[in-house]
Design a protein around this ligand. Structure first.
Ligand code: AMP
Length: 190
């Protein structure tokens, strides 16, 4: 089973590239951000998730881990999964390891998209026009998301580095160039 953690700060291109990896390798794409956005906004869980995501803060680990596990469990026959936007804390990474090991599986690799902060901000502001996402439109919320990434999420890369599973990928260039960089790493590992 190919379990790929596609990692990177907000605006790095995780969602776009996940869709390309999904097509090429026949994987299931799970984005915890998309799952949160798809919740009924009037439900208890929907209200809770939005109270964090609208401000650019992380949804608490207990909630996020449960949601992720329930999403993965919806695809028992998957050839593999792309994890997009998860794990975002070391506790989530530990939980994912435990969850997969109970299934006799493991994270195959983390692919980390590297993009300079100025470029991230430009991309997110442009994305706000089409995404309609409140957290893309406000420069203060964008900065909070980047800060949260640097303080809470970036250490997750060290977690996988310690397992020799981390590859950093230049996330600047055309969409095809970036996809090809990702394909090369995946193909050379298989
Ligand atoms: P994204 O679509 O990945 O940019 O995620 C949007 C928002 O959803 C984030 O800013 C968080 O509030 C929340 N979120 C998504 N994934 C996670 C996660 N793994 N842990 C905590 N919060 C998350």
């Amino acid at each position: 089973m190919l379990n790929i953690v596609l990692f990177g700060p907000p605006g790095a291109g995780k969602g776009t590239q996940s869709e390309r990896l999904k097509e090429k390798y026949g994987l299931v794409h799970i984005s915890t951000g998309d799952v949160f956005r798809a919740l009924d906004p009037a439900s208890e869980l929907g209200i809770l998730a939005k109270s964090y995501s609208d401000k650019g803060n992380l949804v608490p680990d207990e909630v996020t881990i449960k949601i992720l596990e329930s999403e993965v469990s919806k695809h028992p026959d998957a050839k593999g999964v792309i994890y997009d936007g998860f794990p975002r804390t070391t506790a989530q990474a530990e939980a994912l390891d435990k969850f997969l090991s109970e299934k006799g599986a493991e994270v195959s690799m983390m692919l980390s998209l590297v993009v300079p902060e100025d470029e991230l901000k430009t991309r997110l502001i442009a994305r706000a026009e089409v995404s309609g996402r409140k957290d893309d439109a406000d420069p203060e919320i964008i900065q909070n998301r980047i800060n949260t990434y640097n303080s809470s999420t970036a250490p997750v890369a060290d977690f996988y580095k310690g397992q020799n599973k981390l590859s950093e990928v230049n996330g600047v260039g055309s969409l095809d160039e970036i996809s090809n960089r990702l394909f090369e790493i995946i193909d050379s590992a298989n």
